[in-house]
Ligand binder design. Structure first.
Ligand SMILES: [Zn+2]
Length: 980
């Protein structure tokens, strides 16, 4: 019937046209022969047919009409899948986009529903594969499967149990109930959970069992569904399943995934008191013990311990979860540190309470008598006085760009010579380049002591931390990732022991360090007016005979320990200080000092108010320590320490009467380690600390040291909320005229918008040190071709206070770039103005904001692909893919970098981030967030190792190299265009 089309090219165009019409007509009418014909068409002809709107429409009609036909469905699904998956990225992207626009998903859904009523065959699976590929691109998938009926049809099939669902269909169902709305809808279907449990118990293969349990787990995330499931006796049945599975866990081919899902479900049930009771009375503890014993044998038997360890940890944390809840130690107490926010024009502060509170002398001085309303919530022991988002949408805050021209003095006067005398005044303080004079040698130690005196912090410090004083920039050998296999079992057995020993002569907990008490002046020691210094070396080897516990201290820059509670002879529970004015809690970063310790005694530390649900501490990461004793013995530096490391949800809760919050559960990070020297003083931190004073002292030393061939200018572009200067460092090759400088590409690097992400500062250290002190060919060429504008610390106040995420305004400053308020977010207001002012002359070649990522390995980029934007209007007709260049180059030059980990999507929630705002508002194609792990590497030459200072600094040097390569590549492209 359509024969002429498939014959060789001798036929006339008229014939072909007519045959094509016939083919379309046949497809439209749902003729199986037409589908066959389409399958045997020449690839290019078929593609051009699918490119046309009529062709695609007809094909989809055929898919629907022929849904009952196995052969036709199989072949149509395969050829459409091939069409979507063949070709270059840009071609595939364009095709997928067309499919979404044409709502192919709805046609596929109808076809799939039609097939479900007939027998399930390989053709159904082919259709499911195609459906999933299209669904991955269609942002409305979850909505469509809900209203289109596929979700209901799949659920009904499980309930009816006419024929078992294939694993692909079960995966599709699991995917569909990932959306909370869909999970809720499925959960309300009577008998679904019962049926799922029955099917999983009946499953002959462990993977089929796991697929049913996965769906069950996802719908059980809904609280109400969970209640219904409990009433149906789900807890008892699940514990029964766990008990039956226990003996099989010894096998090499054990149902680990299914067991893990059962444990996950039981953990969900244990979230409520009733659930906890039912899980316990069903015999969960003995079932868990059986499993753990079996796993112990399995771990011994097997080479690969990861799956067994993961399951072991999950079982233990289920046991811990069922321990009776305890009240969080400091619940209800307001934070000892606070900061009063400036008033903004648009701000309407709540005056509830009306009580003025200014704990520190600094806050009092700044407050200037303006009263600030005490915020509603008193959560987790801190009164929150945040300005919320009032200032954020104040679009009248527009910078006067002419005021920022002085920070581009090299464009006016040329990079005549390095300017060592730039003033440290903010706006107006930028000096014109002067003739270089012989630099005075500057001692780092003296520089940091001076810097620490002049910073403004909301906390009263008692010392300069030893690592900062002696300079922590020491490159030590790589340390491997460390996995603890026994840690969670220790926790579980301790928890159950604690439950048993209640009331017996257990150790009586006591507070051994309290910032609250220090702030109220009950515990002296603060040097009111004296200069800050450090006497750690003098304290070495001395033990305080009056106290039989460790001593803690965190009143130094970036320190943030609020309390230490001794709960056993060598066990300490630690509580981190909340961020001033925070609207949401962020406890992750920690930095404190311990002393009065014995040699070779295993001390266990447990930070009990962590909030993230998972952590890299269970993926081989260790905390870092700097021992003063080791430094005195000639081995200074931050090293990874600790064993038996684990991370789990603990027993602490905040009472419901401390209202106004969502999160009321905490996670513990627990690690154990011993010191080599008796009476040592040791600093412990989440990651290699990097303070504001250290940055300023390092800049001072490098600037003084750098050669006269380097043009460097240090400016202060403004002040932070607390009045700390915001540094900007300009670096380029010296000895160039203004015209020459104007011809150079600008590269902007920024870091530490999130204060806890100290790895970002170490990368910045790599960039600055390389550009300012190194004279290899790449550094020289980079300076000669490029002008570097580095804003090394976007949030100095947060860094000083030991915050993890926010500024003193309590806002995440990487969410305000779209419209920063001059009064509430001066840090971002000025930084953005610098980029805006740079754009006045020439759009920067590259902008990278440096960050740390707490849940992933390696180093990678987030960029902006308009095609993957939440806004349909962003989609451009011919994407340039310019944003991929940087990742391609980094992949080649940087051993720590992983292009595979990069993401290019633009989510609605990221509109206020630097990379999206600068791309959207200023048209920067190469605007990125660079993320770097705190933990280590899962690929590349450093695979299996934890990241260290050397690797971080190397990333900085690699970034300079990448910027240079980009600039050269762009010039090549430009000259090729001109040649043509
Ligand atoms: Zn960050």
């Amino acid at each position: 019937m359509y024969r002429s089309l498939s014959e060789d090219g001798s036929r006339s165009g008229e014939d072909a046209g007519r045959s094509l019409d016939e083919l379309l007509h046949g497809l439209e009418a749902g003729e199986a022969a037409a589908a066959e014909q389409l399958a045997v068409l020449d690839r290019r002809e078929r593609e051009s047919l699918l490119e046309s709107a009529a062709g695609l429409h007809a094909t989809m009609r055929a898919v629907e009409a022929l849904a009952g036909d196995d052969a036709a469905t199989g072949s149509l699904a395969a050829l459409l899948l091939g069409y979507l998956q063949d070709g270059k990225t840009s071609v595939r992207t364009r095709r997928a986009r067309r499919f979404v626009q044409a709502d192919v998903l709805s046609s596929l859904q109808r076809a799939l529903i039609a097939r479900l009523s007939t027998a399930i065959s390989p053709a159904t699976d082919a259709l499911v594969d195609l459906f999933v590929v299209v669904a991955n691109k269609d942002p409305k998938t979850q909505f469509k499967v809900r209203v289109g009926g596929l979700l209901q049809a799949l659920c009904q099939m499980i309930i009816d149990n006419r024929s078992p669902l294939s694993e692909r269909l079960l995966r599709l169902l699991a995917r569909s109930v990932r959306s909370p709305r869909n999970a809720q809808l499925a959960g309300r279907k009577r008998d679904l959970s019962k049926a799922l449990m029955q099917r999983s118990a009946d499953s002959r293969h462990s993977s089929a069992m796991a697929r049913h349990l996965e769906v069950l787990y996802l719908i059980a995330k809904n609280k109400k569904t969970r209640g219904l499931m409990l009433s149906n006796g789900a807890a008892g049945r699940l514990v029964g399943m766990l008990d039956r599975l226990a003996p099989t866990l010894e096998d090499a081919d054990s149902p680990a995934e299914a067991t893990l899902l059962i444990v996950g479900l039981l953990k969900l049930f244990a979230n409520s008191r009733r659930g906890k009771e039912e899980v316990l009375s069903a015999g969960m503890v003995s079932a868990c013990e059986k499993c753990l014993d079996a796993l112990e044998t399995a771990v011994d038997k097997r080479g690969d311990k990861t799956a067994a360890t993961q399951l072991q940890d999950a079982l233990c944390s289920l046991c811990v979860r069922c321990v009776p809840a305890e009240k969080f130690p400091l619940a209800g107490q307001s934070s000892p540190l606070s900061f009063t926010l400036p008033r903004t024009r648009t701000r309407t502060l709540s005056s509830k309470g009306g009580e003025k509170r200014a704990t520190t002398s600094y806050a009092r001085a700044e407050d200037g008598g303006r009263s600030s309303g005490k915020r509603r919530e008193r959560r987790l022991g801190h009164g929150r006085r945040c300005a919320r988002a009032e200032g954020r949408r104040n679009t009248s805050d527009m910078p006067q760009l002419s005021k920022y021209a002085k920070f581009f003095a090299e464009l006016e006067h040329g990079a005549i010579s390095k300017d060592r005398t730039a003033k440290k005044k903010s706006i107006g303080g930028s000096a014109a380049p002067t003739v270089s004079t012989q630099p005075q040698p500057i001692q780092y130690a003296q520089a940091i002591l001076n810097q620490t005196q002049s910073t403004r912090s909301i906390q009263r410090w008692v010392k300069v931390a030893y690592p900062e004083l002696v300079g922590p920039d020491r490159e030590l050998p790589l340390q491997p990732l460390v996995f603890s296999t026994n840690a969670m079992r220790l926790v579980a057995s301790k928890a159950s022991k604690k439950g048993l020993e209640k009331g017996k002569d257990a150790f009586k907990s006591r507070i051994v360090y309290s910032l609250d008490a220090c702030a109220e002046g009950r515990d002296g020691g603060a040097q009111e007016n004296g200069r800050l210094g450090n006497e750690d070396k003098m304290r070495l080897g001395k033990l305080d005979a009056r106290c039989d516990h460790l001593l803690f201290e965190s009143r130094f820059e970036s320190g943030n320990l609020r309390a230490a509670i001794q709960t056993d002879k060598t066990h300490y529970e630690l509580i981190l200080q909340p961020e001033a004015n925070q609207a949401r809690d962020h406890f992750q970063w920690f930095y404190f000092e311990i002393s009065n310790c014995d040699a070779n005694v295993e001390y266990t530390f447990e930070i009990v108010n962590c909030l993230k649900t998972s952590s890299m501490f269970v993926h081989g990461m260790q905390p870092v320590a700097f021992s003063v004793g080791e430094a005195a013995a000639g081995r200074p530096g931050w090293v990874r320490v600790g064993h038996s490391i684990c991370y789990y949800r603990n027993q602490y809760v905040i009472d419901a009467d401390v209202a106004g919050h969502r999160k009321d559960r905490f996670f513990s990070l627990r690690f154990t380690f011993a010191l080599r020297h008796k009476g040592d003083v040791c600093y412990l931190a989440y990651h290699f600390p990097y303070t504001y004073s250290m940055l300023r002292a390092s800049l001072e030393c490098w600037t003084a040291r750098s050669s006269s061939s380097i043009y460097v200018r240090r400016d202060e572009i403004g002040q932070s909320l607390a009045g700390n200067p915001l540094p900007l460092v300009t670096i380029t090759g010296a000895g160039s005229s203004a015209e020459e400088v104007a011809g150079r590409d600008t590269v902007v690097f920024s870091a530490r918008v999130h204060p806890g992400e100290t790895n970002a500062s170490w990368i910045m250290q790599g960039i600055l040190e390389y550009l300012l002190t190194c004279d290899d060919a790449i550094a020289r060429e980079a300076r000669e071709r490029l002008v570097f504008k580095c804003i090394p610390m976007l949030n100095p106040d947060g860094v000083l206070a030991g915050n993890h995420r926010c500024s003193l305004a309590g806002h995440d400053l990487n969410r305000v770039w779209d419209s920063p308020s001059r009064s509430l977010h001066p840090e971002i207001f000025h930084a953005k103005a610098i980029v805006q002012a740079a754009c006045e002359t020439r759009r920067p070649l590259l902008f990278i904001d440096l960050h740390g990522h707490s849940r992933r390995s390696n180093c990678f980029l987030y960029g902006n692909n308009p095609d993957q934007s939440w806004r349909a209007a962003d989609v451009v007709s011919s994407p340039t893919f310019e944003f991929v260049d940087t990742a391609e180059i980094m992949e080649v030059v940087a051993p720590a970098f992983s292009a595979r980990n990069c993401r290019w999507s633009i989510a609605r929630s990221k509109e206020g981030s630097a990379r999206v705002a600068l791309w959207r508002q200023l048209g920067l194609q190469r605007a990125y967030t660079m993320e770097c792990t705190y933990a280590g590497f899962e690929s590349g030459p450093y695979k299996g190792y934890q990241i260290g200072i050397s690797e971080l600094k190397e990333i900085g040097r690699n970034l300079v190299h990448t910027a240079l390569t980009l600039s050269k590549r762009d010039e090549d492209t430009r000259s090729r265009v001109i040649d043509r």
